[in-house]
Ligand binder design. Structure first.
Ligand code: GLC
Length: 527
C-alpha cells in the first residue's frame, strides 16, 4: 500500500478507530473481541479504510477499559489473546489494510507487577521509583503532596498502606486510582517501553496511537497550581501536561521506530497552541499528532474555518501531515454535538476534503448519535470519581448495530451487551444501510472512494473563496476541487462546477440546509 515518491502510507490515509469492546463479539460474552473484528474486515474493506486503530487490547483489569495495562506485551484473554491478534493482523494485511494499536506509556494498571512490587517495597526503594510516590503534607503526611486533580475527578493522589500496616506514601495518578503514573525520569521505564514497541512491531503491527502523548514528563518538584484542571487535559498552563521534557521521550521512541520505517506513531496531543503542538511532530518525534481543533469547533462557519486554518498552520510549521478527527471514544458523537445527523454528514464531507490523514470512529459511518444511559448502566470511571456529577464517555461507546430488528443487532449472541443498545437503532444497522443509496453508510463509502480515486484530491493548498453568509467555500489543490458547506436553514446556490457528491440531496439545484458538497470546477473560480 506504499504510495509513490516516498510518501508514507499514512500521509493521506483514512484510519478507522475500532473500540474493541464495542465492535463485534465473536464468543457471545456481550463484549467485542478481536475475532469479531476479523469477521468484519470485509465490511471495513468495502468502506474503503486504509488502516485500523484499535483502542488498547493489552492485558488489563479494564478499570478504564484497557487504558490500564497490566501486561503491555500480551493481549487480554477477553479480546481473544495474542493468537486472535495474529489472526487479525494476517487477515487485515491480506486485504492491504494496516493495523495500528494503542500504546499507553503514561501509566500502568495498579495490577501491573511493577506497581504490586512498589506497594510491597519500602519508601525510597528502586521499585517505588518506577512510579511517582511522595510523602504527604500536613500532620502525619495525611494531606496529598500537591493540589493536582485527576482528569476523571477527585484528587490525583491516593495514599497507600505501607507493608508494616501504617498509613503511608501517596502515589500520583492523573486518571483513575487504578492507573498509577510512571516515573519517566527513571531510565528503566523507557527501556521497558522499547521492549514493548519492538514486541509489537516484530509481530507485524503497523504503528501505534500513543495515549496521553503530551503527558509522561512531570515538572520537578510537582508544584501546586491554580489553573483550572478540568475539563480534561487542555494543557495550557497546566503543569500536569505538556512539560518540555516529554520531547526527549518522543525522540527516544522515534529512534526505535526508525528501525521499522513503514510503521507510524500518532500521538494524542491535547495542546492547542500551534507552535507547542508542532513540537510533537518535529522530524525526529511523532509521525502524526491528533489535532483536536475540529473536535472542539462549534457548528459555526467562523469556528470551522478557524479550526481548519490552524490545524493546517500547526502542521505546516514542521512540514508534517495534518490530521482530522470529528469523533473518538472520548467525545460526544457528531450528530449529538452538532444537533443533527445532517450536520454531522456535512462535517464529515468537509474533513474528507482536506489534505492529510482522516480518522473515522466506529459507528460514525452509520450516523450513530450519543445514547443517554441510565445511571446503573454507566461504566466510565469518571462517573464514580466525579461523585456522580459527570456522566462520562459511555454514551459514545455503545456497541455497533450490525443486523436484525432488536438489540443486540448482530453485535453479539448475548442480549446482555456490556452497554445496553437502544431499540431505535433498528433503523441504523449495517444491514439496513447497506445498498440504500441515501444511507449514511453509503455516503461514507462513496466519499472515501472518491477521496481515494479522484485525481483532484491532491495538493495541500487550501484557498478560501468568497461565499454567501453562513456558508464556506474552499478549494483544495490545483485541479479544481471545491467544497461548500451550508450552515443556513435555507438552501444556498452552488458555485459552478461538476457536482461529485453532496451530503444531502440538492433542493432545486441548490445546496440543502446544513449540507456540504464537492464540486470540480473546470474554470478556476479563483481567477
Ligand atoms: C486517553 C484515552 C482515554 C483514557 C485516558 C487515560 O485520553 O483516549 O480514553 O481514559 O487517556 O488513559
Amino acid at each position: 500500500m506504499s504510495t509513490a515518491q516516498h510518501e508514507p502510507w499514512w500521509a493521506r490515509a483514512v484510519f478507522y478507530q475500532v473500540y474493541p469492546r464495542s465492535f463485534a463479539d465473536s464468543d457471545g460474552d456481550g463484549i467485542g473481541d478481536l475475532d469479531g473484528v476479523t469477521s468484519r474486515l470485509d465490511y471495513l474493506d468495502r468502506l474503503g479504510v486504509d488502516a485500523l486503530w484499535l483502542s488498547p487490547i493489552m492485558v488489563s483489569p479494564m478499570a478504564d477499559h484497557g487504558y490500564d495495562v497490566a501486561d503491555p506485551r500480551d493481549v487480554d484473554p477477553l479480546f481473544g489473546g495474542l493468537a486472535a491478534f495474529e489472526r487479525l493482523i494476517a487477515a487485515a494485511h491480506e486485504r492491504g489494510m494496516k493495523v495500528t494499536t494503542d500504546l499507553v506509556p503514561n501509566h500502568t494498571s495498579s495490577q501491573h507487577p511493577w506497581f504490586q512490587e512498589a506497594l510491597a517495597a519500602e519508601p525510597g526503594s528502586a521499585a517505588r521509583n518506577r512510579y511517582i510516590f511522595r510523602d504527604g503534607r500536613g500532620p502525619g503526611g495525611s494531606e496529598p503532596p500537591n493540589n493536582w486533580q485527576s482528569v476523571f475527578g477527585g484528587l490525583s493522589w491516593t495514599r497507600i498502606v505501607e507493608p508494616d500496616g501504617t498509613p503511608g506514601q501517596w502515589y500520583l495518578h492523573l486518571f483513575d486510582a487504578e492507573q498509577p503514573d510512571l516515573n519517566w525520569d527513571n531510565p528503566e521505564v523507557f527501556d521497558d517501553l522499547e521492549k514493548t514497541l519492538r514486541f509489537w512491531l516484530e509481530r507485524g503491527v503497523d504503528g501505534f496511537r500513543i495515549d496521553v502523548a503530551h503527558g509522561m514528563a512531570k515538572p520537578p518538584g510537582l508544584p501546586d497550581t491554580d489553573v483550572e484542571m478540568r475539563p480534561r487535559m487542555l494543557s495550557d498552563g497546566d503543569p500536569r501536561f505538556n512539560h518540555p521534557d516529554v520531547h526527549e521521550i518522543h525522540r527516544n521512541i522515534r529512534t526505535v521506530m526508525n528501525d521499522f520505517p513503514d510503521a507510524v506513531t500518532i500521538g494524542e496531543v491535547w495542546v492547542f497552541d500551534n507552535a507547542s503542538w508542532a513540537e510533537y511532530v518535529r522530524a525526529d518525534e511523532l509521525h502524526l499528532g491528533f489535532n483536536f481543533r475540529m473536535v472542539r469547533a462549534e457548528y459555526d462557519i467562523t469556528d470551522i474555518r478557524d479550526a481548519i486554518e490552524n490545524t493546517l498552520a500547526a502542521a505546516a510549521l514542521e512540514n508534517a501531515t495534518p490530521t482530522w478527527t470529528l469523533e473518538n471514544h472520548d467525545v460526544v458523537r457528531g450528530p449529538t454535538r452538532y444537533g443533527g445527523l445532517v450536520q454531522a454528514r456535512a462535517m464529515a464531507l468537509v474533513t474528507l476534503t482536506l489534505p492529510g490523514a482522516v480518522f473515522v470512529y466506529n459507528g460514525q459511518e452509520l450516523g450513530l448519535a450519543n445514547v443517554e444511559l441510565p445511571d446503573e448502566a454507566l461504566q466510565d470511571p469518571t462517573w464514580e470519581r466525579s461523585g456522580h456529577t459527570v456522566r462520562g464517555r459511555d454514551g459514545c461507546r455503545i456497541p455497533v448495530p450490525w443486523s436484525g430488528d432488536t438489540p443486540p443487532f448482530g453485535f453479539s449472541t448475548s442480549t446482555d451487551t456490556w452497554l445496553p443498545m437502544p431499540p431505535e437503532w433498528a433503523a441504523l444497522t449495517v444491514e439496513k444501510q447497506s445498498g440504500d443509496p441515501d444511507s449514511t453508510l453509503t455516503f461514507f463509502q462513496r466519499a472515501i472512494e472518491i477521496r481515494h480515486t479522484r485525481p483532484e484530491f491532491t495538493g495541500n493548498r487550501i484557498e478560501w473563496l468568497d461565499a454567501p453568509r453562513g456558508t464556506l467555500v474552499f478549494g483544495r489543490g490545483d485541479a479544481g476541487l471545491l467544497c461548500m458547506l451550508n450552515t443556513n436553514d435555507r438552501a444556498a446556490p452552488l458555485p459552478d462546477g461538476e457536482l461529485i457528491l453532496a451530503s444531502a440531496p440538492l433542493i432545486g439545484g441548490k445546496l440543502a440546509p446544513h449540507a456540504a458538497a464537492w464540486l470540480v470546477s473546470s474554470v478556476d473560480p479563483r481567477r
